[in-house]
Design a protein around this ligand. Structure first.
Ligand code: OAD
Length: 260
């Protein structure tokens, strides 16, 4: 832990890559593992463009359920430690696969507590690889809207519609079989290439291109530090792999202790 902490603190450029595990202690279910969402639900029935075309009501019902569940969750000490670090360090970048908005909420809470300004919050905002549960995108004109309201998925007629062109809205998340937004991926890859340290937190590292970002850091001469409750395909690549819960490890890992 001490060696990893010094390494992270001394990195001139730092990339933090997070996955569902960082939100597990907030009560957000992960995707894989014994209690994971993909154990109970089939991704091909709920998280593909084909599924939405076949039954938009069912897909919206599932996203409405997740929005409601996640909407009741609060950031945990891991989100808070990451928010503090990215607000304080202009050279730290956060890239997340999570669609739950908890990193953003931790930043907003820092503003409310008077710890930082709105300007530093927009600089520290996460690069969201897989979109957000709380944004919608129009299937007709691509118009995007922030929408935290409950979803009425009783019937197809009650599903959310575009305020501009009245076409059906869809959740603004990346589904299986869809590519990532090229501009977002470019920003994430640039952050990975220039990072001296890539800190990977709570991801099974099975979904690409997200899982390739730490490899990009390593190929560019940087090092990888992993925090996870289990080993992953990145464990062998990492210089340090810290085994345990993100909410317990990150506050210690990211706190610079003053020398005695
Ligand atoms: P996964 O559910 O695949 O992996 C969660 C990881 O977090 C696992 O490696 C767990 O061991 C670890 N973990 C669980 N609790 C933890 C804790 N308290 N502290 C630290 N680690 C913990 O989630 P992701 O890797 O994020 O994509 O999944 C990647 C993508 O697959 C998601 O973004 C989603 C999914 O299908 C899309 O929806 C496009």
């Amino acid at each position: 832990m001490d060696d990893a902490r010094h390494l992270v603190a001394s990195a001139r450029k730092l990339l933090i890559l997070t996955g569902a595990g960082v939100s597990a202690e907030s009560g957000v279910p992960t995707f894989r593992g014994p209690d994971g969402l993909w154990k109970r639900y089939k991704p091909e029935e709920l998280a593909t463009p084909q599924a939405f075309q076949a039954d938009p009501r069912l897909v919206w019902e599932w996203y409405g359920f997740r929005r409601e569940r996640v909407g009741a969750c609060r950031p945990n000490p891991a989100h808070e430690a990451i928010a503090r670090l990215t607000l304080e360090n202009e050279d730290a970048r956060l890239v997340t696969q999570n669609v739950d908005g908890l990193h953003e909420l931790a930043l907003e809470e820092a503003v409310t507590e008077g710890l930082c300004s709105e300007t530093s919050v927009s600089r520290a905002a996460p690069i969201r690889l897989h979109g957000s549960l709380f944004w919608t995108r129009c299937t007709g004109c691509d118009h995007r809207t922030l929408d935290r309201h409950p979803v009425d998925a009783k019937s197809e007629a009650s599903l959310p519609r575009c305020p501009k062109c009245a076409a059906l809205l869809r959740p603004d998340v990346v589904w299986f079989g869809e590519g990532l937004d090229p501009e977002i991926l470019k920003r994430a890859m640039e952050a990975a290439e220039t990072a001296e340290v890539c800190l990977v937190v709570g991801t099974s590292a099975l979904v690409h291109p997200a899982a390739s970002l730490p490899l990009l850091t390593k190929e560019s001469g940087g090092v990888v530090v992993e925090v996870n409750t289990e080993s992953t395909p990145l464990t062998d690549v990492a210089m340090f792999s810290l085994r345990g819960r993100a909410g317990q490890i990150l506050p210690r890992l990211l706190t610079v202790e003053s020398e005695p």
